[in-house]
Structure formats: C-alpha cells, structure tokens
Design a protein around this ligand. Structure first.
Ligand code: CP
Length: 310
C-alpha cells in the first residue's frame, strides 16, 4: 500500500540505497556488543513475524532485532496457524493486520507472496525469503560480512557455488554484489545454473576450480532438496566430488579468501566440515551480521533515517 516503506527485493534498490542500509546496520552492530543490548528506538511499535516455511537464523534474528529495538513482537508459524485449516495467506495477513502492526515480516514458499501483501495490507512488508525469488536481508548480511572483513566490496571476486536455480540467496547475492561493484562468478552443475543468469550481473561456469581460482570470497549454497521436483545430480557423493568445497579446492583461492554459507549446511555435501569450521570461515559472523541488518531494515521500514531511502 502506498505511503509504506517495504523491503521486497534488492533488485529494485539503488546502489546508494543498499549502501545506506549497510551503513545503518554498521551503526546498529555496536548495540549487540554492549552489555545492555537494547535501545528504545522502536518502543511502542509492533512487528509480526509470519513464517510459512521453516527457519532458524532468519526468524530468530528478526525477533532479536525487534526486541533489541524495544518493539513488541508476535511470531506466527505456518504449521501452527489456521493455514492448516485452509485459510489463505491473504486472509491470514488481513486478520493479523487488524492488530495494526507496523511491520509484517514474511517468509513464504511462493515467489511474489510479499509483493501480494504489500499491495493489500496496511503495514510495511519485509521479505524474509520468497520461494526461489529473493532473500534480501540475507543478501544484505552477506554484503555486511564481506565489508566488515575486507573493508570493500568493489573489485572483489566472489564465487557463488551450488544450486543457483533454486536459490533465493544466490539471486539476492548476485544482485547486491554486482550493484556494489564485485565480480561475481556463479558455478554449479548444468542442471542447476539457469540459462540467462548473466542478466543478473554475473558470469557463469560449470567448473568449480575456475570459479574458485583467485577468489576473495567463496559462497557455498545448500542443496535445497525441498525445492527439487526431480533429482538434478546422481548422488550427494558425486555432488561433493565435483561441486563441494574442501581444503584442496580452497587452496586455489586467494590465501585470505573468506568462506561463506547462508546455513543450514549439509556437511560433507556442499562443504567439508574442516572448511566450515576452519580459519577462513566467516559463517557465524554472517549470523551475527543478520541481527544488525534486520535492526536496520526494521528501523528503516518503521520510518527511521532519511526520507525516501531504500
Ligand atoms: N539463511 C537462512 O535463511 O537460514 P534459515 O532458513 O535458518 O532462516
């Protein structure tokens, strides 16, 4: 609805809007390092977390972000809502909107679900992941993590490896990284790299070694078996052999290359345990950055910061 600030995707944000959200997140990051991790910024505001798909990181960090800003939170999950009795998403959202929340955070299995709510619901809508479309706050937290470690994004080579076709994380990552000037290379089996992916702002290859060579960042993706209608690779073992990240393959990257993964990890499939837990892994830093990013997004959508921002 007009007059509300939403965060539906990174694709429709400008480079400046993304950078302002990252700057805002940097400023909120310090709150999580204090002994008293709470500020009154959103006191009296209400945030509804409506998660129609499973989540550990996104859901918990949105809740923590809202609480650290002193907002009231309401958490609804699909499996324990009246959706199981046949209520539609729109009816569910209209009923929750009757409580006059300021923000509804939605995770949904269908691409475009947050856009639908933004058209019909009188609240700011934040996309917490919609089908295989986008996961904008994951894209922002990945950018923030890279910026915190490398002090820049422009000019870095970032390899994104895995099931590009079904990954909303990959889509937001490619869009955000390319807008901020990184060289993005995506890699996966031919069955998992969509034709025309280059239009998002990346190069594509099916050779893992080529993608990893001299990379500043390697971002591994989870094999999303819940989104695969058919088997797109022969076996987990075969996938790990040709597209997984192990210590030997990582040696081809720059010595200070960051290893990232949005979680949850299929250990031994896309990522070996000793790499996931190794010195180059910043996977838990990504989780920490998620709280700061979600604080920034909630603050922005509640009307804070510059007028007419992201
Ligand atoms: N990265 C991510 O979206 O994790 P969850 O599914 O646990 O929220």
């Amino acid at each position: 609805m007009s007059g509300r600030r939403h965060l539906l995707e990174l694709a429709s944000l400008s480079t400046g809007e993304i950078e302002r959200l990252l700057d805002l997140a940097e400023s909120f990051d310090s709150i999580g390092r204090r002994q008293i991790k709470k500020v009154p910024t959103l006191r009296g505001r209400t945030v509804v977390n409506l998660f129609m798909e499973a989540s550990t990181r996104t859901r918990s960090s949105f809740e923590l972000a809202a609480k650290r800003l002193s907002a009231d939170t309401l958490n609804i999950s699909g499996g324990s809502s009246s959706v199981v009795k046949g209520e539609t998403l729109l009816d569910t959202a209209l009923n929750l909107a009757a409580y006059r929340p300021d923000i509804i955070v939605l995770r949904h299995q269908y691409a475009g679900a947050p856009h639908l709510l933004a058209q019909h619901i009188n609240a700011s809508i934040v996309n917490a992941g919609d089908g295989a479309h986008e996961h904008p706050t994951q894209g922002l937290l990945d950018l923030l993590t890279i910026r915190q470690h490398k002090r820049r994004i422009a000019g870095l080579k970032v390899a994104i490896i895995g099931d590009i076709t079904h990954s909303r994380v990959a889509r937001s990552g490619i869009v955000g990284l390319s807008k901020l000037g990184a060289e993005v290379v995506v890699c996966g089996p031919p069955t998992m790299v969509p034709v025309g992916v280059e239009a998002l702002g990346c190069r594509a290859t099916h050779q893992r070694e080529e993608a990893v060579a001299d990379a500043d960042v390697v971002m591994m993706l989870r094999i999303q078996k819940e989104r695969l209608a058919e088997e797109l690779f022969p076996s987990d073992r075969e996938y790990a052999r040709y597209y997984g990240l192990n210590r030997e393959v990582l040696r081809r990257a720059r010595p200070d290359c960051l290893v990232m993964h949005p979680g949850p990890i299929n250990r031994g499939v896309e990522l070996d345990a000793d790499v996931a837990d190794g010195p180059q892994s910043v996977i838990l830093d990504q989780v920490s950055a998620g709280v700061a990013v979600r604080m920034a997004v909630l603050y922005h959508c509640a009307g804070g910061g510059e007028e007419g921002g992201a």
